[in-house]
Design a protein around this ligand. Structure first.
Ligand code: 13P
Length: 248
């Protein structure tokens, strides 16, 4: 089943207000590609202003807390993101799993908090290079899905992103065959966990998506969009990814 594709940019810890100038050309490209959704996840400091300047593209956060409010210095609740115009939030990115020791259970709780606040969580999974070399990539990703996908997630309220850790920021990507194999495994696992709803949950590929490999990666079965890091920071690189995906 071909799902409506989502091309998402994760700016990570990049960008001051000047970076918001990139949004206008990205919004123009999105307007010219009505068959897909376009999302930018800037750092927290820019979410509110980005939402004002979004002009039709969706804006999201890069993380949220599991709770709704309270004494958690430095944290941001899903409802706060929603309040300033976000509609998505990334949870369980490998950089947070690694840098902040986030567990599957915590990521699931964040995803549930996001859904409760009316945001669509993008739950990230992916194996390390060592895990792939040991032939354990499928087992690792299946385990992450079991632990971090909210059981009440539906096609309308949940997105999953497969981001092999070794492909992030390295310029290396899995072969189209390896991506197809992993996305088929993720699809089967989502159906296992969510029943029929699992058919419609979008599965993004992330890890060194660039203008020159976007067509090959986005054409793979069960790849329902991209989660782009470095190449989402400038419209010059992100717009060709939007255009390539829209042309499929
Ligand atoms: P790169 O596109 O820079 O490899 O980053 C991918 C990523 O981690 C997106 O969340």
């Amino acid at each position: 089943m071909a799902l409506r594709k989502l091309v998402a940019g994760n700016w990570k810890m990049n960008g001051t207000r000047a970076a918001l100038a990139e949004l206008a050309p990205i919004a123009s490209a999105a307007a010219a590609a009505p068959s897909l959704d376009v999302l930018i996840c800037p750092p927290f400091t820019l979410v509110a202003e980005a939402a004002i300047k979004a002009n039709g593209i969706a804006i999201g956060g890069q993380d949220c807390h599991t709770g709704i409010k309270g004494a958690h210095t430095g944290c941001v609740a899903a409802a706060m993101l929603k309040d300033v115009g976000a509609s998505y939030v990334i949870v369980g990115h490998s950089e947070r799993r690694c840098d902040n020791n986030e567990t599957d259970a915590e990521i699931r709780a964040k995803a549930e908090a996001a859904i409760a606040a009316g945001l669509t969580p993008i739950v990230c999974v992916g194996e390390t290079e060592a895990e792939r070399d040991e032939g354990r990539a499928g087992i690792v990703v299946a385990g992450q899905l079991e632990g971090s996908v909210p059981p009440a997630g539906t096609a309308a309220t949940l997105v999953v992103a497969y981001e092999p850790v070794w492909a992030i920021g390295t310029g290396r990507t899995p072969s189209a065959g390896d991506v197809a194999e992993m996305h088929a495994l993720i699809r089967a696992k989502l159906i296992d966990l969510l029943g029929e709803e699992g058919q419609g949950v979008r599965i993004l590929y992330g890890g060194s998506v660039k203008p020159d490999n976007a067509v090959e990666l986005m054409a793979v079965a069960d790849v329902d969009g991209a989660l782009v890091g470095g190449a989402s920071l400038t419209a010059a690189l992100f717009v060709p990814i939007i255009e390539a995906t829209a042309a499929l």
